[in-house]
Design a protein around this ligand. Structure first.
Ligand code: MG
Length: 357
């Protein structure tokens, strides 16, 4: 078999390698629709991109800072700059050791750490000549369907967004306000598809959450994410015993050490590279959640195809994916993971397999 046939496609446009060293760049990604959740409303997001070049190979990374955890693109950039000297001379083939040292040297700044981890893992995959999913021993055909997210909006815009999402077999709808029932009714006036719902900590008492979930269950909703604030652990445990759909932790689940306690109050966890600090940490979290019998979702923030593709390479390991951050933006600089009839299609190039958009 010829190599190009083995790779499954005509030779792709390659991304040029830079000079040896590390470059950081804050990239403003522009949203197709104003993006509103319980937490915020915005037309753009700033994410930090990292390009790490060694031996003629450039690894690309990205981290989307999370305001809830007091991060910004600038604070992520400072975190990366603080380890520039260390990374410039580290032996990247010992990437597990190198990233362990990066985690010790940087306090917090998980998006900054994710940008470094993703750049290093993209470099490693290219150096070894394998797509990242193959490095982890996964089968790309096991990649799940991704949901497409519908942010909070007026019923009219919600109907329009639902029609625009016709290609996606499962939708994830943002709720957590007094308008929840109107939002779901607007979606249901357009489609009968399965719905997953994310309250982003919006319901403030267990009674309110129970009432809302019972209503949602009657409207074909198949899971609920972070119904109440992360700190309302006992209330969530109570709630889980009274509802029929799985309850997932998102804002409550940041790091591997969070998961054993969460197993007592939630059925599953939403793991994001930007929250935990990258591919290696997300892989550990998936294993821990699995060992506790929990369901696993891979999620993302609003970002380009760099972070979303990195997460997608682990997606054959999980039950559900919400990897649509790149689909919600209008100026993605790269093309990586794609979606066909809702299913994630992993690129076959080495490392992340990114190409120019
Ligand atoms: Mg969420």
């Amino acid at each position: 078999m010829k190599r190009r046939n083995f790779l499954g496609a005509a030779p792709a446009a390659m991304l040029a390698a830079g000079k040896d060293g590390i470059e950081t760049e804050i990239v403003r990604v522009k949203l197709r629709h104003t993006w509103t959740t319980v937490m915020s409303s915005s037309d753009y997001r700033d994410t930090l991109h990292v390009r790490l070049t060694r031996d003629g190979i450039t690894g690309r990374g990205e981290g989307a800072p999370i305001v809830r955890y007091h991060e910004s693109a600038e604070s992520a950039r400072k975190a990366v700059e603080s380890v520039r000297g260390f990374l410039g001379t580290a032996d990247l083939r010992a990437f597990s050791k190198v990233l362990g040292e990066v985690f010790r040297r940087i306090d917090g700044e998980w998006a900054g750490k994710a940008a470094i981890d993703i750049a290093v893992m993209d470099w490693v995959g290219q150096k070894l000549g394998v797509p990242l999913y193959r490095y982890f021993g996964l089968d790309a055909r096991d990649a799940p369907v991704t949901t497409f997210s519908i942010g909070i909006d007026t019923p009219e815009i919600t109907r329009q967004k639902t029609r625009e999402a016709a290609a996606y077999p499962v939708l994830k709808v943002k709720v957590g306000l007094e308008t929840d029932e109107a939002t779901i009714e607007a979606v249901r006036s357009v489609t009968k598809k399965p719905l997953r719902v994310d309250a982003n900590e919006g319901w403030k008492s267990k009674e309110e959450a129970l009432r809302k979930i019972k209503w949602l269950e009657a409207h074909g909703v198949e899971m609920i994410e972070q119904p109440m604030p992360a700190e309302m652990f006992e209330e969530t445990r109570w709630l889980r015993g009274k509802v029929n759909i799985p309850v997932f932790a998102d804002e409550a689940c940041k790091h591997p050490s969070d998961i054993p306690k969460l197993a007592q109050a939630y059925d599953g966890v939403n793991i994001k590279l930007d929250k935990c600090g990258g591919v290696l940490e997300a892989y550990r979290m998936i294993q821990i959640a699995r060992s506790l019998g929990m369901k696993v979702m891979l999620g993302c923030m609003i970002s380009s195809s760099v972070t979303v593709t990195a997460a997608a390479h682990l997606s054959p390991l999980v039950d559900m994916a919400d990897l649509d951050g790149n689909l919600l933006i209008a100026n993605d600089p790269y093309r990586g993971v794609t979606v066909r009839e809702g299913k994630l299609i992993l690129p076959d190039g080495p490392g992340l397999g990114l190409r120019p958009a």
